[in-house]
Design a protein around this ligand. Structure first.
Ligand SMILES: CC(C)(COP(=O)(O)OP(=O)(O)OC[C@H]1O[C@@H](n2cnc3c(N)ncnc32)[C@H](O)[C@@H]1OP(=O)(O)O)[C@@H](O)C(=O)NCCC(=O)NCCS
Length: 224
């Protein structure tokens, strides 16, 4: 537990250039307090003290402006800067070393049941006011731009901006407009090549059959 606190303090000092001391983290960073409170609320939730867990989470929301459902899974060294208006839903999962700013929502679309909140992989940065909605995955090292509304999965190391969110950078390199967030729908070059080959094979089979028919017919003529 103390090791986690030490990490939580260090991460604020590492990621916020405005932070000058450990005391400042302890006294002035609502994100630090919210994450610390969530760890206890989450343990209570897992121990089936659900009402107590909800009460603790609600108390933390009143004090910090950050609402984290006690069932949400939050990784290590997660830094919520400023914090006001952050909402993290019940089935959200947040990996290690994630940074998020004020006004971020990890929410549901209102259309799903069960797992209905996003999974945020490690080293993701979610900028101020961004909304990530639904049971989608945001890949490792991705960046979500300020004010973006993201409703499709985000590949690792991509930058997504706008409404609806679209990928504008991958590994820091610009991405062409036609590439969108639905990578399952991108053309598959291997599949396309296989389809081309099977079309060619079918054509050859027809030609072979024709040639064999002709050869058979000429053999009959010669023997007659
Ligand atoms: C998205 C962001 C993280 C930058 O990521 P990046 O990978 O370095 O991307 P770039 O800055 O190279 O921007 C990529 C493109 O998206 C555009 N863009 C960047 N942020 C954008 C945003 N929030 N909304 C719309 N477009 C945006 C840029 O203009 C650029 O467009 P271009 O290709 O036409 O030039 C950053 O712009 C951002 O939103 N930061 C906000 C951080 C924050 O919340 N700070 C609050 C502190 S209190």
């Amino acid at each position: 537990m103390f090791e986690l606190w030490r990490e939580d303090i260090q991460v604020v000092k590492d990621r916020d250039p405005a932070c000058r001391s450990t005391w400042e983290v302890l006294l002035c960073y609502p994100g630090f307090r919210a994450v610390r409170s969530h760890r206890l609320a989450h343990a209570l939730w897992q121990g089936r003290f659900r009402l107590l867990a909800r009460w603790l989470s609600e108390r933390s929301r009143r004090r910090t402006g950050i609402e984290i459902h006690p069932a949400a899974v939050i990784g290590r060294r997660v830094f919520i800067d400023h914090g006001s208006g952050v909402v993290i839903g019940e089935t959200a999962e947040v990996g290690d070393d994630v940074t998020m700013y004020q006004g971020v929502t990890l929410g549901g679309t209102g259309k799903e049941k069960g797992k209905r909140h996003p999974t945020i992989r490690s080293h993701v940065m979610i900028s101020t006011g961004a909304k990530v909605l639904g049971a989608i995955e945001v890949g490792e090292g991705a960046k979500i731009g300020a004010g973006a509304v993201v409703v499709h999965p985000v590949p690792a190391h991509a930058t997504v901006v706008g409404i609806p969110g679209r990928v504008v950078r991958r590994h820091g390199q610009p991405v062409h407009e036609e590439e969108d967030l639905e990578h399952g729908n991108l053309p598959d070059p291997v599949q396309e090549k296989l389809a081309e080959i099977s079309r060619d094979v079918a054509k050859l089979a027809v030609r072979l059959a024709t040639l064999e028919r002709r050869k058979g017919a000429s053999n009959v003529d010669q023997s007659a």
